[in-house]
Design a protein around this ligand. Structure first.
Ligand SMILES: [Zn+2]
Length: 309
């Protein structure tokens, strides 16, 4: 029977950031620790090679990729912008992160696994075609979508992004692609300050659902049932990708939204049902944000468990 696979590599602990930076290796450590303590029987743990240049080009320009390659930090951590930092192993970690998504997709398309979670960092959804920002260098999920379309020849790919910040990078890369439906639920007037309702993509393929800072479980589930799922049913995706960010959890200091763990699981289960109906169960979910270490670990493991059920 096909199972859930976890894609992970120890190099994700070697992407270093200045002391006090929220997107640090403890995020992965807490999640790994929680996985070890949880009863996740049957979870297959896999690693991956770095994605090659031709894969990275699916989401980013040559100019940008060459610029990234030339940065080459030594022992010093380089500041890319206010929030984004690069250490010696950061770019290699980012490339292996993309490699995990590609490996996960391949294994599912080849019927080895049912679905997969990519436990990766740095995150990806803020990285635009030509710009690193918001802790992100390479847009894992957008490259995955383009890979499914252009290399695996699968059209109709849906991406659901429930990180509390707008997935501006994913939107930027998929803006003109009618075969990729991008849906983002995020807090309005929060970094990166994009994701307004009127940003609908060149082919009406983007659905932004900004919510107010006081958004609660009731609203989250209402949006899932009345907006997200109906749009997915109308689109009928053949493969589902998830940008799984847990920074909308009510204890997370990065946002003001009042969402709780069971809300993320509610959405995960709905997406699983949808994938069963339209996608032959095919889902790849990728870690994005989530900065309250205990809550992040708990939400993330519950999300993986829901994928496994
Ligand atoms: Zn976020």
């Amino acid at each position: 029977m096909r199972k859930t696979a976890l894609y992970y590599n120890d190099i994700f602990l070697e992407h270093l950031v200045p002391i006090g930076h929220p997107e640090n290796k403890n995020r992965i450590r807490f999640i790994l620790d929680k996985i070890k303590k949880s009863d996740l029987k049957g979870l297959k743990i896999n690693s991956a090679k770095p994605a090659n240049y031709n894969i990275l080009r699916l989401g980013h320009s040559d100019k940008y990729l060459n610029w990234l390659d030339r940065l080459k930090p030594g022992e010093e951590i380089i500041k890319i912008d206010q929030d984004t930092f690069m250490s010696k192993k950061s770019l290699q970690a980012a490339k292996i992160g993309v490699g995990c998504v590609i490996g996960a997709i391949d294994s599912i398309v080849e019927m080895q696994n049912k679905n997969a979670f990519c436990l990766i960092r740095p995150p990806g959804h803020h990285a635009e075609r030509e710009k690193a920002m918001g802790f992100c260098f390479l847009n894992n999920i957008a490259i995955g979508a383009k890979y499914l379309k252009e290399i695996k020849q699968i059209d109709k790919i849906a991406i659901v992004d429930f990180d509390v910040h707008h997935g501006n990078g994913t939107q930027n890369i998929l803006w003109n692609d009618p075969d990729c439906l991008f849906i983002s639920i995020h807090q309005s007037n929060l970094f990166p300050f994009t994701g307004l309702e009127n940003e609908t993509g060149n082919k009406n393929n983007i659905l932004n659902i900004p919510v107010n800072a006081n958004s609660n479980s009731f609203e989250f589930r209402y949006i899932v049932d009345k907006v997200v799922i109906p749009r997915l049913k109308e689109f009928q995706p053949k493969f589902l990708l998830i940008s799984a960010g847990f920074d909308g959890e009510k204890n997370d200091q990065m946002s003001q939204t009042q969402w709780v763990e069971s809300d993320f699981i509610y959405l995960t289960k709905k997406l699983k049902n949808l994938a069963k109906k339209y996608c032959d169960n095919r889902i790849v979910s990728c870690l994005e944000g989530g900065y309250h270490l205990e809550k992040l670990a708990s939400c993330c493991v519950s999300h993986i468990k829901s994928l496994m059920e």
